[in-house]
Design a protein around this ligand. Structure first.
Ligand code: AMP
Ligand code: MG
Length: 364
């Protein structure tokens, strides 16, 4: 079987995608974050195909993607009737967040409506919902007229895809998959996830490009960050987020972080001397200025020192570097600051899961 990538954007291609979804098939499509592997959120067999294709454990919940109204003026959209068939107990804070950030890279977790399939929620009583901003995702959703579950279109534990070619290489030879090609994803890392289901303060479950600081500034809503515990809460009540497993987004080549100016320290973790090492260096710094190492060949590559530009570049560079047969990849530790939390989180998990045996790690 082969993967089948269609150039955009004729409505015939979109119609074919919609028909494939209605028939219980899978369609990969671009969102502003990463490419998603989509299925009809009301069709248990179609949902099962996602878990099989990704090799994803069944208890990891999926995000339901919904359409924004056809012609909309963002501040005027009433999101409540749009999410009401899926979610209950929609708070004032949730409405503020939707008004400020939807459509966009923000996922909200609600108590689920009883009609929501347990296959989506991993058996939990909550459901995660997002309205993506990408025009192709929106067009598919509007024409489909229903919810589409769409986890990242990659095999379990691997680096998320940010181009149609990435999706093709993930499933080539294993899955007959329609892929809508929307070019490179702008954001480049997965959505920020906020739990709105506790009736207490909103809680950050996965950092992304939209930060608690930005949420507070735009809406006045304060979001508890990981590690901050509100008065009447216990850690066990936090919903599972597959992206929160330690190993995730992992390249096959070993990946490590280095502290500012400490490239050789990062190498010393490796008793077997590595001979070909790719070292990422901030574009704001001229060069490593390393005197070198007797048996190691370093090759430097510049990476953006702006957090948003870095996010959109991260998975692309990990995939490309993974193809180049380095013995080791070194990235600089991202600086302190909330705007770096999303990429720091992805990089740390990518390091933990990296290396030739990464496919056996516990991850999504
Ligand atoms: P992906 O689209 O592959 O990045 O994965 C979707 C993310 O949303 C995963 O990390 C899921 O665990 C998370 N998610 C989906 N539903 C829920 C839920 N009900 N509660 C908490 N997290 C969820
Ligand atoms: Mg994923």
């Amino acid at each position: 079987m082969s993967t089948d990538s269609k150039p955009l954007q004729s409505s015939a291609v979109i119609n074919e995608a919609v028909q494939t979804l209605r028939d219980g098939g899978l369609v990969a499509f671009p969102t502003e974050t990463v490419y998603g592997l989509g299925a009809d959120a009301k069709n248990p067999e179609a949902i099962q195909k996602i878990f099989t294709a990704k090799g994803r454990p069944l208890h990891h919940p999926l995000i339901v993607h919904l359409a924004a109204p056809d012609k909309f003026d963002a501040p005027q959209v009433d999101w409540v009737p749009i999410i009401a068939p899926w979610a209950r107990d929609i708070s004032e804070d949730a409405i503020k967040l939707m008004n400020a950030f939807w459509p966009g890279p923000l996922t909200l977790v609600f108590k689920k409506d009883k009609t929501v399939l347990s296959e989506i929620t991993g058996g939990q009583d909550t459901v995660a919902i997002r309205a993506p901003a990408h025009p192709i995702a929106q067009e598919v959703l509007r024409k489909f007229k229903g919810g589409i579950v769409a986890p990242s279109a990659n095999r379990f534990g691997k680096v998320s895809p940010t181009s149609a070619a990435d999706v093709r290489s993930e499933f080539e030879g294993t899955l007959d998959l329609m892929i809508l090609d929307g070019g490179d994803c702008e954001v480049g890392i997965e959505s920020t996830i906020i739990d709105m289901s506790s009736g207490d303060k909103p809680r950050l479950l996965r950092p992304g490009i939209i930060t608690p600081k930005e949420i507070l500034a735009k809406t006045g809503v304060s979001v508890l960050k990981t590690g901050e515990v509100s008065s009447d809460e216990h850690a066990e009540s936090i919903p599972r987020v597959s992206g929160s497993l330690r190993a995730h987004y992992a390249p096959t080549t070993p990946l490590r972080l280095y502290a500012p100016g400490r490239v050789l320290d990062a190498l010393s973790e490796y008793p077997d001397t590595k001979s070909r090492v790719a070292v990422a260096v901030w574009d704001s710094e001229s060069s490593l200025g390393e005197d070198g190492h007797p048996s190691v060949h370093f090759e430097e590559m510049e990476i953006p020192s702006d957090s948003a530009a870095f996010a959109s570049y991260l998975y692309r560079s990990l995939r490309d570097l993974d193809q180049q047969e380095w013995d080791l990849i070194l990235f600089p530790e991202p600086p302190a600051g909330e705007e770096w939390d999303g990429v720091r989180d992805r990089l740390q998990r990518a390091c933990f899961g990296s290396g030739p045996s990464s496919s056996s790690q516990d991850s999504n």
